[in-house]
Design a protein around this ligand. Sequence first.
Ligand code: NOJ
Length: 571
Amino acid sequence: MTDTPQQTSHPVPPDERTWWKESVVYQIYPRSFADSDGDGIGDIPGIIERLDHVADLGVDVIWLNPVYESPQRDNGYDISDYRSIHHEYGTMADWEELLAQVHERDMRLVMDLVVNHTSVDHEWFQRSRRGDPEYEDYYIWREAEGEGPPNNWESFFGGSAWSYDEVREAYYLHLYDESQPDLNWRNPAVRQDIFDTMAWWLEKDIDGFRMDVINLLSKAPGLPDGDPDSEWVGAEHFVDGPRILDYLAAMDEQVLSNYDILTVGEMPRLTVETAREYAGEDGPLDMAFHFQHTKLDYDGDERWSVGDWDLPELKEITRRWHDGLADDGWNALYWENHDQPRVVSRYGDPEEYHRESATLLGTYILTRSGTPYVYQGQELGMTNAQWEDRESLADVDARRTARELLDSEQHDSFEDIADIVGYRSRDNARTPMQWDDSEHAGFTEGDPWLQVNSNYEQINVAAAREGDSVREYYRSLIDLRTEYDAFVYGTYSDLHPDHERLAAYTQTLEHPDGRVSERMLSVLNFSDTTASVDLSTTVENADLLLSNYDRDTIGPTSDHEPYEARIYRLE
Ligand code: NOJ
């Protein structure tokens, strides 16, 4: 019997396939990945030496955090020269070698683009503060009038968003640290300089950009005061500002559209509606990171707090984003990055159920449609570290907050604030990568710039090469994702939205005429006790494809062990 052409046709025709939709991205934080020269700071030759670890996981793309020249106040998010490599990380020749080695392994390289602000050390700022006519309008300056700064906007890191510059005798705006002045995107010369810089990197054959706080570029004219009760005062005047879509459309037209690349915007306060404008079919970008699921463990809106979180809320966010972007847009799926505490310490149980909860959380981002991003060490289940005192912290944000909390006189000692600052600090994500159980976890032969997590003897890459490690499980998940298009192009459906402990969802891939081609079911118990949900009818005749417990039979049992994840193929 021969199939009709319609029956054999694939539900995703070749011209609708897109490499960045089918990719899994691995994020490398260069300062903490691998140090090749013993100065305690990760570098590019170190990354090259360890590239096989990344390639072996089966990922397709590497996103490299900023490696440009920088005084490193904010670990590279304060750039002093967009076209050179930070000297502690290596040379341009090292970077070119990295790119070649990445491509040789059939992976792609996405670079960080940080163009909302530069470092105060950037030549543009130096010339701007001296009033050089070519650069005087490159940043957002205001004369001092009356008492205090020009408006009440706050820096994301706390305090006023304005600092007074003695040289220019004026205030400049910085939505982040005072060493990170905001560029004036209203100035066409700034836009042109940035677009030229982007093209310069793209001509080197990179494969895309992750765009830092890219929806903050446009500030409301007149820079009006913000709502003083808001969590980030002024945000309504610079998040998704009036000209942002024009700027990004111009960037797309002049630069991005000339290349076959991946573009992902990091966008504070992104909603499904704005995501469609930025990264829908007609939007300038491919996808965007939102933060909604990373705030579940806040107490209210307050970032420096720790609250309880619940699963129905996570599922509601997941549903909203899947349904909202199903016909227009694409999801970027992630738990961790260099700004987030380790996920197993937030939404898992690193003590009793380390492996189970780390693999379960991995399952959640690797079995849904969208492009998953895995942050270095996540594939080992790396955990938050212990912070003894303020000096042990390196993050500009955490150190400032710790100082503020201690100065506030509500807290006597670091011990009082360790639970909050220690839990939230971005340093948790930035402790050195744990390669083996030798001193400093094999990260460096010198003194690491940031302490190594004390659990490195148990949690490390060498140990994870064994059979049932978190890393091996991630590898299997990535393999599975490559094998079944339903995980990439399928439609997400939540079977039990209100279940307090279990997530059960399908990804269904259909032919254009409605016939089901592939249907996958994932069942995840997010709790540390056995939980039940009746799936007996759903899993009849199903294949169990992967489980983080040692199971090889289907068993339509309804009991699920603590932090158990199972993935079935239903059709
Ligand atoms: C977001 C980056 O991810 C973070 O690390 C940085 O501090 C801010 N943007 C400012 O660039």
